[in-house]
Design a protein around this ligand. Structure first.
Ligand code: SPD
Length: 357
């Protein structure tokens, strides 16, 4: 009898160890379920306090993973084998995910806080009726620069970056659409242009920027610019606001030739293990206090009108990050150019990166 009890204890202990090991492995791979919620978001894109608050309020355990480009996020979800409950793609990636049936329709009855979103961010062409996606943050692409490192010079246009004075002084965000868009916009073309001659012209112009480019980097661009290791950087607006909060010598401009207006929305991927908790999380993030705290922490522009109303005036009234109608008119949203053309943009961007080596 004693032997039987001992054997039982050993088996129970081994099962417990195995259970914990599998749970840890699953969490690290993005497999969830049960009372967990797996979030797949851009790096530096949430106030971690809010994740803790959500866990405390709901008893749901959050597993949090990050990506640094729409392309990386798409590849991971397309490959399958993950159970992300929430992802935060940009507009053209949402349109692609819808086409490829990678997202599930949302139940708006579970999102009462949706009423807090400003109507101008709802029902946009990439997701009519917000059937699959809910606004999270929005912004522009522009140039953050340090006039002190440029002899007091102001930057107003993309073309300023090609000035020989800028030799080895520029950092670029590591994004195919952003960099190709800059090349196209600087030539007066649309950042959704698909004419081969225009794309080649943009790449040739980007190649001529090479001597001025110090590095093409991910999230570390913020630290490098704040530490004055470069005089200018092509960045998303919210990153600029974060950098400028660190170093007040810096300024941000949306170039006069035009640039990109983008929207990052929350979606529930098709392979979600816990869509119920995903709806709870989306609704939590739509709460005005929560959205305002998040916007203040990450520095990006909120689409939540009730949150905007409680943000300090120095944030909500800053036209560099909440641009007026005149600037907005010059901005374009990325179209989903289709699989082949998006691959071509990536290819051209890679060739430009290789040209630097
Ligand atoms: N560090 C968070 C960056 C999020 C930026 N999303 C912008 C996407 C533009 N297509």
């Amino acid at each position: 009898m004693k032997q039987l009890t001992r054997a039982f204890i050993v088996i129970a202990a081994l099962s417990l160890v195995l259970y914990i090991a599998i749970d840890r492995l699953n969490s690290s791979q993005g497999y969830s379920g049960g009372n967990t919620l797996t979030i797949y978001n851009w790096g530096d894109y949430i106030d971690p306090e809010l994740v803790d608050k959500f866990e405390e309020e709901t008893g749901i355990k959050v597993i949090y993973q990050t990506f640094d480009s729409n392309e990386a996020m798409l590849t991971k979800i397309q490959q399958g084998g993950t159970t992300f409950d929430i992802a935060v793609p940009s507009e053209y990636a949402i349109s692609k995910m819808k086409d490829e049936k990678l997202v599930i329709p949302l139940d708006h009855s579970k999102l009462p806080n949706l009423k807090n979103i400003d109507q101008r961010f709802m029902d946009l062409s990439f997701d009519p009726g917000n059937k699959y996606s809910i606004p999270y943050f929005w912004g522009t692409v522009g140039i953050v620069y340090n006039p002190e490192l440029l002899g007091g010079k102001e930057i107003t246009s993309w073309d300023d970056l090609w000035n020989p004075d800028m030799k080895n002084k520029i950092l670029l965000a590591d994004g195919a659409r952003e960099v190709m868009g800059m090349g196209l916009n600087s030539l007066g073309y649309s950042l959704n242009d698909t004419e081969e001659a225009h794309l080649q012209e943009a790449k040739a112009k980007l190649n001529r920027l090479t001597p001025n480019v110090k590095a093409i980097v991910g999230d570390e661009i913020k630290m490098l610019l704040a530490n004055e290791e470069a005089a200018a950087g092509v960045v998303w607006s919210g990153d600029a606001s974060e950098i400028m909060a660190e170093n007040e010598n810096l300024d941000y401009v949306v170039p006069e030739e035009g640039s990109n207006l983008w929207f990052d929305n929350m979606v529930i991927p098709k392979t979600a293990a816990n869509p119920e908790a995903a709806h709870q999380f989306i609704n939590f993030m739509l709460d005005p206090e929560t959205a305002a705290q998040n916007a203040e922490y990450v520095g990006y522009s909120t689409p939540n009108k009730e949150a905007l109303a409680i943000l300090p005036e120095e944030i909500s009234g800053d036209e560099r990050f909440y641009p007026d109608a005149e600037t907005t008119e010059k901005l374009e949203v990325y179209d989903n150019l289709g699989k082949k053309m998006l691959a071509h943009y990536n290819e051209l961007f890679l060739e430009f990166k290789m040209h630097r080596k």
